[in-house]
Design a binder for this molecule. Structure first.
Ligand code: F6R
Length: 594
């Protein structure tokens, strides 16, 4: 959600902080702020809106070698300058990512002690609380005490005016990483924030406190014992967080999808490699796939593929529901958590819940070393590289590639797909870029022109076509703000068909040849009510108003191709509507609150 970057070192901190915030802006962009120390004074500058607005207010000639900063995704209180971080109280200034669940009661107690609050945020309560505890005059001791009092999730970077050369950081259920180079020390929510200076970093654990100075980062535990941290090397390069000439990160990331699949396929492109990598699945007779948003849609595709090809029951579940309900897993079950960020609060909570019940867990995760990756019993990395656009595209395709390979393996293991067929499918996946190139060349602008002025658009399909329709619809609505719904084609007539009027666009996914006749009947039902129908299928259908042709490939691979035109249509529609494509309103990349 929110993004944090703090720096202490030889460089001008204002440059480091603003550059870092720009790279973290995908995490939140309601407002932004910095606090820096200039001649022993803590100065705070905040602004509503994007980092560029904040930048305009900053005098970069001011000397400062230490500061903390924040880009906000509002939870408590409107997006305005007062609610923007940093928040301060007397000697304490801090930035916060997460949600403090007991902030109301704490606020009441602190008000009774005479403190005044200026913002509506839970974060200001943390600053006031720490300031109050600090009156006992040991900042580390005060932070340890504060950790015992706070309930909820937090990543905090803290300045204390009595120690103008130090930044203190702690976290619980919100990510925070620390890094050091010859020029100073950094703390951030995510690697891109400091990637132009160093690609080496460490992950701060929940029970740790890091104290950053210009020459050193000391990490201690709650008993003040020193801890040696493992250093991780980030595998992408700085270019992965640049637009590289594309108008938007989203477009760049869609064009990277074929490389992402290629990268994954290096580990799976022969029968033997597939068996070696996936044989850990053998002992499981049932799967629950738990995720949010687009990652959940990958789970829905996986359900269709695994149930059809392997004849094994799969539940695809939304994490925010799953965490509060009963599951019916046992020792022969695997709970699979799909997540780009690996930090999605509801997915992490569901993971912890099933782990506590002794159920085996697998994370399918993009961000290396993230919470879901660390806490799952087993992890498969999706290797999509950093995804900057808030709407996921290449990470979705990477997740889909992994679940396709899992379905293929399970299909073989359960004797539904023969060895030579497996090899054939792997070969086809290995050269999928030829088919993707054909799809990328298509003129989606023309389709977008037909759609962008409409107020509602429907997506329909059956089987895995329906699962991909869910994703197409989400992509369209989140970046273009057109109301869109995805329906199982046969379900529309049970109520929603009343919304179809003359010229209502319906995007019809009909690649699944096993059920195409049924889908065609449903399309005719909407056509009869005036719908403008756009087909996404393997062949031209005359009864449709428009056709997008997906190159014919093996059935199990088709969802991977089919989603690409839908991503590009959403992109072009959002462009025609002049939307902020990479940073859609109200959204954030990493949803670290419940
Ligand atoms: C939509 C989108 C979201 C995420 C969801 C889960 O484009 O990106 O729906 O898929 O918030 O996030 P992760 O995958 O990080 O757990």
């Amino acid at each position: 959600m929110c993004g944090i970057i703090g720096y202490v070192g030889k460089k001008n901190s204002l440059h480091v902080l603003i550059n870092g915030l720009k790279r973290l802006e995908y995490r939140g962009y309601d407002s932004a702020g910095v606090a820096f120390i200039n001649k022993n004074n803590i100065e705070i500058i905040k602004e509503k809106g994007k980092v560029a607005e904040l930048e305009k207010k900053i005098d970069f000639t001011k000397e400062s070698n230490i500061g903390i900063s924040h880009t906000r995704w509002a939870t408590h209180g409107a997006a305005n300058e007062i609610n923007a971080h940093p928040h301060s109280c007397e000697k304490i200034t801090l930035v916060h990512n997460g949600i403090i669940e007991n902030y109301e009661i704490l606020k009441k107690e602190l008000k009774q002690k005479g403190y005044t609050f200026y913002s509506e945020t839970d974060s200001e309560v943390v600053a006031v609380l720490l300031n109050d505890l600090y009156k006992e005059n040991d900042i580390i001791e005060s932070i340890i005490k504060m950790k015992k009092i706070l309930k909820g999730s937090y990543a905090l970077a803290i300045l204390c005016s009595d120690y103008p050369n130090q930044i203190y950081t702690i976290r619980k259920d919100s990510p925070l990483i620390i890094a050091k180079d010859s020029e100073g020390s950094y703390v951030a929510s995510d690697v891109p924030a400091f990637l132009e200076y160093t690609n080496k970093y460490s992950i701060l654990a929940e029970e740790e406190i890091a104290i950053l100075t210009k020459d050193n980062i000391e990490v201690i535990n709650n008993k003040k014992e020193k801890i040696t941290k493992e250093t991780i090397t980030f595998e992408g390069d700085i270019n992965s967080s640049q637009k590289d000439g594309y108008d938007h990160f989203m477009l760049k990331e869609i064009f990277e999808e074929k490389d992402v699949i290629k990268r994954i396929m290096k580990d799976y492109n022969t029968f033997d490699k597939l068996i070696e990598k996936m044989k850990f699945l053998d002992k499981y007779k049932k799967f629950d796939i738990i995720a949010c948003g687009s990652a959940y849609h990958v789970g829905v595709v996986a359900k269709y593929l695994i149930e059809e090809f392997a004849n094994i029951p799969v539940n695809a579940e939304i994490a925010s529901e799953y965490r509060y309900k009963n599951n019916f897993l046992d020792k022969e079950s695997l709970a699979i958590f799909i997540s780009q960020s690996g930090e999605t609060a509801d997915s992490i909570a569901s993971l912890r819940k099933v782990k506590a019940e002794g159920i085996d867990t697998l994370g399918i995760v993009n961000v290396v070393g993230s919470s879901i990756a660390r806490e799952s019993d087993n992890v498969i990395y999706t290797k999509a590289g950093p995804e900057i656009a808030v709407a996921t595209t290449k990470a979705f395709v990477a997740q889909l590639t992994i679940v396709t390979l899992m379905s293929l393996y399970l299909g073989y293991k359960n004797k539904n797909i023969k060895k030579d067929k497996v090899t054939e499918i792997l070969k086809e996946l290995d050269i999928i870029e030829n088919n993707i190139d054909k799809l990328l060349k298509y003129d989606y602008k023309e389709i977008a022109k037909l759609l962008y002025k409409h107020e509602k658009i429907f997506f329909i399909g059956r089987g895995y076509d329906y699962a991909i329709a869910l994703e197409g619809s989400l992509k369209l609505k989140e970046i273009s703000y057109i109301h869109s719904e995805a329906y199982a084609a046969g379900e529309l007539k049970h109520g929603t068909i009343s919304l179809i009027e003359e010229n209502t666009p319906v995007i019809c996914l009909l690649t699944d040849e096993n059920i195409i006749d049924k889908t065609i009947s449903n399309i005719k039902e909407v056509k009869a009510r005036g719908a403008y129908t756009i087909g996404v299928s393997n062949e031209e259908h005359e009864f449709l108003n428009n056709n997008i042709i997906i190159p014919k490939t093996k059935r199990i691979i088709t969802p991977l191709l089919e989603v690409i035109p839908l991503q590009l249509i959403s992109y072009e529609v959002a462009k025609l509507r002049d939307c902020d494509i990479d940073k859609p309103r109200n959204l954030a990349k990493s949803v670290t609150v419940e």
